[in-house]
Design a protein around this ligand. Sequence first.
Ligand SMILES: Nc1ncnc2c1ncn2[C@@H]1O[C@H](COP(=O)(O)OP(=O)(O)OP(=O)(O)O)[C@@H](O)[C@H]1O
Length: 309
Amino acid sequence: MPEDRLLEARHLARHYGGREAVSDVNLHVNRGEVLGLLGLNGAGKTTTLRMLCGTLAPSAGEIRLCGIDLLESPIMAKRQLGYLPEIPPLYPDTRVREYLHYAATLRRVPRRDRRVAVDAALEATGLADVAHRLIRNLSKGYQQRVGIAQAVVHSPALVVLDEPTAGLDPQQVQDIRKLIQRLQRDRAVIFSSHILGEVQALCDRVVILHQGRQVYAGAPQGGESRVTRSFSLRFRSSPPLEVMAVVPGVEVTERLSNGYRIEIGLDSALDALVALSVEEGWGLVELTEVRPTLEQVFLEVTTGRVEAA
Ligand SMILES: Nc1ncnc2c1ncn2[C@@H]1O[C@H](COP(=O)(O)OP(=O)(O)OP(=O)(O)O)[C@@H](O)[C@H]1O
């Protein structure tokens, strides 16, 4: 495993009763990176993040945090990460500094280091001016910052944030996004969102989950690692749709002038199609891979609609 790899999860799965909520999710994040987990409500984001953080046991799969196996050495592995759940674990009747001091104690920061650790977390999250205030009296945006401060008070290498901007007003959303970018500098961040633009703006890499399955892993611009690949084909003498539709492993998704746009699962299907074209004398003049944008991938998997690239 590369030295800078702070988290690696392989073949993660989780069932609730007999129902599969997450299946065969593989992801990693390196130091200095932000990884975005994108998906609609119910896609499996929270279930995945809870498994990564050791608060929910996977039904299958393995997780390594800074090289430490989470299932074999949970206490040591969990020291490496900070976690902000979807509902921040705040005590509204405590003051910000008092609460962070408590969080540092829970995180086993040595007593002599706690004041410095709390000051650093207050500073990093822009809370120094409200350190003496009751959490109950803070705005939702500031309460979310307190939630992030408790996740970083023990200086973890990896920070996991579950929908950190949900329910905030546009200004508060901007503030939290800037904060995520600052956190990334000397550690790694994983956060979940159902907002495509947010993930594109903040992330180095994106994983899209849909109905518990990983349907995309790659760059925020899109164009990589899809389960199926898309090609446009043009012919001198285009075969009829009925003929194209029965080529094994090839799915026609759009009719083009003198050709088709197709989806294939395996490269062998493409080889077979090219061979057939030669055999039948269709005169294949163009074969181009169509690399969809992240927006197209997201739309396609969430609505079942294929948009022209
Ligand atoms: N404790 C549970 N028991 C049974 N089913 C659950 C449980 N937790 C989640 N699920 C189901 O598992 C699926 C994935 O849920 P999960 O909360 O991980 O999705 P999500 O992408 O985080 O959605 P949201 O954005 O709404 O939180 C959903 O169908 C959900 O109803």
